[in-house]
Design a protein around this ligand. Structure first.
Ligand code: NAD
Length: 356
């Protein structure tokens, strides 16, 4: 029987509530599909500050590194809001991403058919359903480039530099092509090659890598056009491959198409170590402890973990199918509508687990 070790970073606010439901679903999936999961909990964020004085204890990093995958809830809350930057809960999040060398960020933007009315786009634009994967480079580009303040012609000035190496572009491109291979077989690489030299290198390398994936359709698109096309005709996209800054903006745009923050999962991957899986929402301190948070973003993140880190995509497919089915009858308050059963966080977890 296959056995996997999973680190749980429950974090703060609704973090523990939503992770508990993901664990419930994972345990049921393990029982049904005959694999074993060993969970280890470690503190991060506010919880870690209270216990150890720092948002990311070394022991937490060690435990994460020695596991097959990491599932994270969320960090942050009012209690720690007045701490200085590096001591805040969010520093734990940036720290664990850096420690694990996570250079590929995967953000699916999915509109499940039963939730079509939650999307701000017209139903005819969405069609039956929508499923886009944004693959964003996470550790290079302008957010990590040379920056500074200067004085030019007697006036204050500032600069940030976009730089990519061939190696950085190649590895994220390969990730995107491999992901597309398990989906609908199309990669749209988004850049600004009509203006930026770094984008011209990006396009050159992506084109070169594409030769190794003749079964995948490659298309290049300028970022301004991509921003428009996501709203005008999002169904043309399968995998969107892009740089750190463009991905930051486009993944938020794409995720809004789904219309519900409680539904959005994410994965961050490295080459060889464990991946990190987390919902894109925060710790929602305004609803923490009330058993009303939507656990589906976390459950869908757990499904991504089964697909990308544990190599059991058929189990991920099953969880996603059950989530879609369950939405036809039951909803947590954030996505509730007339005619549906209103359920708690626990009940939603139980409904998904029992339907597997
Ligand atoms: P948030 O995502 O926590 O909440 C925004 C709004 O969405 C709130 O009204 C909240 O109740 C609602 N919401 C979020 N997730 C939900 C869910 N699963 N079910 C139902 N409703 C949900 O963003 P925020 O309010 O800006 O930040 C709150 C805290 O979270 C801050 O301390 C912030 O720094 C932190 N944060 C953490 C992460 C992370 O851990 N990855 C990401 C963003 C924000």
């Amino acid at each position: 029987m296959n056995s996997f070790s999973i680190t749980l970073l429950k974090g703060d606010g609704i973090g523990p509530e939503i992770i508990n439901q993901a664990v419930r679903v994972l345990n049921r999936a393990a029982e049904k599909y005959n694999f074993k999961l060993n969970f280890t909990e470690a503190p991060i964020g506010g919880e870690a500050i209270d216990k150890t004085g720092v948002p990311l204890p070394e022991e937490t990093v060690k435990v994460c590194k020695s596991s097959d995958a990491v599932l994270l809830g969320a960090v942050g809350g009012y209690k720690w809001d007045n701490l200085p930057g590096g001591k805040r809960p969010e520093a734990g999040l940036l720290g664990i991403r850096a420690s694990l060398g996570l250079y590929a960020n995967l953000r699916p933007a999915i509109v499940f058919e039963p939730l079509k009315s939650a999307s701000p786009l017209k139903p005819e634009i969405i069609g039956d359903s929508l499923d886009i994967m944004v693959v964003r480079e996470l550790t290079g580009g302008i957010y990590f480039g040379k920056r500074g303040r200067t004085v030019q012609d007697g006036v204050n000035a500032a600069f940030d530099t976009e730089m990519y190496t061939e190696k950085e572009v190649e590895r994220i491109a390969r990730k995107a092509f491999e992901i597309a291979r398990a989906r609908r077989g199309k990669v749209t690489s988004v850049d600004k090659a009509n203006v930026l030299e770094s984008s011209r290198l990006w396009r050159e390398i992506v084109t070169k890598v594409s030769k190794d994936y003749p079964d995948i359709t490659i298309e290049h698109m300028y970022v301004d056009n991509a921003a428009m096309q996501l709203i005008r005709n999002p169904r043309q996209f399968d995998v969107i491959l892009t740089s750190n800054m463009f991905g930051d903006i486009l993944s938020d745009e794409a995720s809004m198409i789904s219309g519900s923050i409680g539904m959005l999962a994410s994965a961050s991957l490295s080459d060889s170590g464990p991946g990190l899986y987390e919902p894109i929402h925060g710790s929602a301190p305004d609803i923490a402890g009330q058993n009303i948070a939507n656990p589906l973003a976390t459950i869908l993140s757990a499904a991504m973990m089964l697909r990308f880190s544990l190599g059991i995509p058929h189990v991920a497919d099953e969880i996603e199918r059950v989530v879609k089915d369950t939405l036809k009858t039951a909803r947590t308050p954030d996505i509730w509508a007339e005619g549906y059963r209103k359920v708690t966080t626990d009940e939603m977890g139980e409904l998904i687990a029992s339907a597997i």
